[in-house]
Design a protein around this ligand. Sequence first.
Ligand code: AHG
Ligand code: MN
Ligand code: MN
Ligand code: MN
Length: 337
Amino acid sequence: MTAHRISLTQYLVEQQRQHGHIPGQLRLLLEVVARACKRIAISVNKGALGDVLGSAGSENVQGEVQKKLDIIANEVLIEANEWGGALAAMASEEMEGIHVVPNRYPQGEYLLLFDPLDGSSNIDVNVSIGTIFSVLKKPDGAAGVSEADFLQPGSQQAAAGYCVYGPQTTLVLTVGDGVAMFTLDREQGSWVLTQHGVQIPADTKEFAINMSNQRHWAPPVRRYIDECLAGKDGPRGKDFNMRWIASMVADVHRILSRGGVFMYPWDRREPNKAGKLRLMYEANPMAFIVEQAGGAATNGRQRILDLPPGGLHERVAVVLGSRHEVERVTAYHLEAG
Ligand code: AHG
Ligand code: MN
Ligand code: MN
Ligand code: MN
């Protein structure tokens, strides 16, 4: 890095001052989330030395076995965000209902949703994991706060971001003015701006999907992947590469860094669920970030950010990343009727 380093605090102050993008309360809230991510990073890094690996022996509302770090990260985010005065309530993958800010603290204007620990199956094998978050404004005029206040389409997000705990710890953020990346300087304990105006190339030769589910996919997804696999001699006329980390944060981070298309489609294993990933704290924040970087995000048919949520833990099919590929997959679905 060059001598002049821009910190997260300076970036946010400038967003507030020059661009009028963020009110003071939102700035404070984002700083607190970033601080919580730093604390989660410390636990993640301790690994076997910190008694943070393995299962907690409990299940979340979606029937997934909770890992110790799922619970630790959830608690860190709640504790860090309760007292600041910017939030009215929080919702998380690991909690069935909303967590209202206790009345010993002032109630703020914002709502925070998070996937405290994304990529749980990678924790114990020392592969990149992350935290995903989405910020909404509490609807005007509502007395108190309820779950219904959270059920806004993703296009209403005031901010979204994720932190990836990998070889570097990187925070990626949008407040609706492009995408900025901050790398954690461990010695200083500070977030340093390392990229801004992030752009996803519109074309790519790399896809990300869990191929082991191939036999369960719907025809439009099979068609798209079959064409990629056919390579240079097939209809696409080029060879494709494949990556699947199984942490959405890490897969999306690669796509923001060098392009690609990420898919977790509907499949026949659970026909009554729209997909595996959760709309409100996985798909919406990632779709906002990806669109802000010039990419696209759909459920195969519609723009993710336009979908009206029916519940906090609603699931959705996800196709996101390089714009031309997402448009192609979406067209295949629409053609299929
Ligand atoms: P989480 O660990 O928060 O429950 O999310 C896991 C998600 C996502 O990160 C990833 O893309 C996907 O599950 C991986 O699913 P498969 O194991 O089915 O590939
Ligand atoms: Mn989970
Ligand atoms: Mn997740
Ligand atoms: Mn999770």
